[in-house]
Ligand binder design. Structure first.
Ligand SMILES: Cc1cc2nc3c(=O)[nH]c(=O)nc-3n(C[C@H](O)[C@H](O)[C@H](O)COP(=O)(O)O)c2cc1C
Length: 197
């Protein structure tokens, strides 16, 4: 008798991969953790269509809604790009476990609303300084010291980006064989599959 079982049914379960990813993102969002995934490489499409990538700190993760939160200065060039195209990709890597996570999603821009107000109140004094430069980020200055903090600006430049995760491309390198999986959230509908690494 020939074995008619679909070969995909014989592969290891994808359930632990989802659990591991959720654990990784929870750790990344924990300010007390030493997770290397806390500093994500964040890609956006620039206002001129060019690729733009930079490091951002993961501030929050909601497993129920699969949303990530990062903070930025509303005057920064990335915001100009996001206003035209809100797609984002975040790349995280843990060298200890040789795990790469690529998260694709859509950003929701929060500025001057209840959410920004609440998160601003929770920021320590030193954390607020990042959004208090007198000049917009990226503007030319004559001397590094010219970019001084103006505390009278308050939270007016503080922006919260809430990223609704649509897809996670998970890759783990191993001498026993690399493994790669694609986890998808399509309007809340979850599915997963193995991919060729
Ligand atoms: C370790 C590290 C953490 C950073 N965290 C943030 C952050 O959470 N938010 C942010 O907007 N920029 C952060 N930056 C600065 C950005 O990488 C980037 O230089 C800046 O936001 C300007 O980006 P843009 O010109 O693409 O808008 C961080 C940089 C480093 C090196």
């Amino acid at each position: 008798m020939t074995d008619t079982t679909d070969r995909f049914e014989k592969t290891p379960s994808l359930i632990p991969i989802r659990q591991e990813v959720i654990h990784n993102l929870t750790q990344a969002a924990d300010s007390q953790s030493k997770s290397p995934m806390r500093q994500a490489s964040v890609a956006t499409i620039g206002y001129d269509g060019s690729p733009q990538v930079r490091i951002m700190i993961v501030r929050a993760f909601e497993p129920e809604t699969m949303a990530l939160t990062v903070f930025t200065d509303a005057r920064s060039p990335k915001v100009t790009g996001l206003n035209a195209d809100a797609r984002m990709q975040l790349m995280m890597y843990d060298p200890g476990t040789r795990t790469q996570i690529r998260i694709s999603g859509q950003a929701e821009l929060h500025h001057g609303d209840d959410l920004t107000e609440k998160l601003w109140k929770g920021l320590p004094e030193y954390g607020r300084g990042d959004y208090l430069s007198r000049q917009p980020p990226g503007e030319q200055i004559a001397h590094p010291g010219d970019s001084w903090e103006d505390t009278t600006l308050g939270n007016q430049n503080f922006m919260v980006l809430r990223i609704a995760i649509q897809e996670i491309d998970w890759l783990k390198l191993s001498a026993q064989g690399h493994r790669r999986a694609l986890l998808t959230w399509d309007n809340g509908e979850y599915s997963a599959r193995w991919l060729t690494p």
